[in-house]
Design a binder for this molecule. Structure first.
Ligand SMILES: Cc1ncc(COP(=O)(O)O)c(C=O)c1O
Length: 385
């Protein structure tokens, strides 16, 4: 486990004279923390983050302020930006998501992508009710509050995905109201995938065609898209907007993501030329210019084929973990095609050592790209002792 330095060790003095600022001691403190965090790769099997990357060749960009202020499609009057790389990254994900013409930009993470998708929906249908399953990401009720929308958590079925009959029932009792629905593709707590086409069908049965369908594909989008047998997850299955995470299957040193949307929905909210000469069609004004470079670098390195291999590795590791945990008598469960394995929560010290998230009496093992069969063998050895 990472041992963080004490508050006294890291306190920033008002007057640096005579302090340790910039001293060998400070450098040693940071090096020690970095080494500890890097060492955690040996035990990090419970969080949906990828630790298999090395962006040090891009270190030059740590000396300059890059800013992709405004929209991704229009250059700004601030010239130190990376929008041409951002557009290349967006184009890759738009093709993967089934709409070459989709609008997109690089976000601060999955939550911003979901906020953006729901915002587009609320702008299309100001009176809409926001629906998401009860296993949706915890930020969804907050997004509803931010957007001033009525929020309904829809019950889930035995597969932990949204119960379509329940959605139909909920919306039938709100006749005349439009709907913004968040379909989760890969829930954080078990990898369940909602049925995009089924959601549209259920709402049509409930008597509405005023629907904005957002796919929260932050966790499972790339897995569904790139699995040996791809599953529906984005525009091709009726989504109007999509959120993808950059630090999960792809990997980055900090949280990031990609928001995608049908271009006509973004045309409706765009204010032209007002963001330092660029259009305003994103959530934030100043935007990070470094992350698009990282994502571009990794996508060029891996390509679609490399990502497919990566997904195949994660699924094979999850299958191995399921088999080994069954042998240990820990009753593992795994949603079809998911890299998350739920099993009986072990002792607290094991959960802490292996970074295992627990929900109720179940712990989560998430086979991300850096997790190998060797991790699983060591975990099982620990579980036995
Ligand atoms: C399904 C899903 N949606 C949204 C999010 C939120 O993403 P972020 O933490 O990058 O804001 C997560 C993060 O784990 C997630 O798994």
């Amino acid at each position: 486990m990472v041992h963080l330095p004490s508050a006294d060790d890291v306190r920033i003095p008002d007057d640096p004279t005579g302090s340790n600022c910039g001293s060998d001691r400070d450098v040693a403190l940071l090096k020690d923390l970095a080494a500890q965090i890097l060492g955690e790769r040996d035990h990090m099997v419970g969080f949906p983050v990828n630790l298999d990357f090395d962006y040090r060749p891009l270190a030059d960009f740590l000396q300059v302020h890059g800013n992709n202020v405004g929209g991704p499609g229009t250059d700004s009057e601030y010239h130190l930006h990376s929008k041409v790389f951002e557009r290349a990254v967006v184009s890759f994900f738009a093709r993967l998501a089934g709409d070459d013409d989709a609008f997109g930009y690089v976000t601060s993470g999955g939550t911003e992508g979901n906020l953006y998708g729901c915002y587009l929906g609320r702008e299309r249908f100001p009176e809409a009710v926001l629906y998401a399953s009860e296993t949706t990401h915890y930020s969804m009720p907050k997004i509803a509050r931010l957007l001033g929308m009525d929020y309904v958590a829809v019950e889930t079925g035995p597969d932990r995905a949204m119960d379509l009959a329940a959605l139909r029932r909920h919306h039938s009792s709100r006749k005349g109201r439009p709907a913004v629905v968040v379909a989760t593709i890969g829930t954080t707590t078990g990898g369940a995938e909602d049925d995009l086409a089924g959601i549209r069908g259920a709402l049509a049965d409930a008597g509405t065609d005023q629907v904005h369908l957002h796919s929260d594909a932050a966790f499972g989008g790339l897995i569904a898209a790139l699995a040996p047998e791809p599953r529906p997850w984005a525009f091709e299955s009726g989504a109007d907007s999509v959120a993808i995470s950059g630090h999960k299957m792809l990997g980055a040193p900090f949280p990031c993501g990609i928001a995608l949307a049908r271009p006509e929905h973004v045309d409706a909210i765009r204010r032209e030329g007002i963001a330092v000469g660029s259009d305003d069609d994103t959530i934030t004004g100043s935007r990070d210019a470094f992350t698009p470079l990282l994502l571009w670098y990794e996508l060029r390195r891996l390509g679609r084929t490399g990502l497919q291999r990566r997904v195949a590795h994660c699924l094979a590791t999850a299958e191995y973990a399921e088999q080994r945990l069954r042998e240990e008598g820990l009753h593992p469960q795994r949603a079809p095609g998911s890299n998350t394995v739920l099993f009986e929560t072990p002792a607290a010290d094991i959960c802490a050592r292996w970074n295992l998230l627990t929900v109720g009496d179940q712990a989560h093992l998430i086979a991300m790209p850096h997790v190998t069969g060797e991790h699983i063998d060591r975990l099982c050895a620990d579980l036995r002792t």
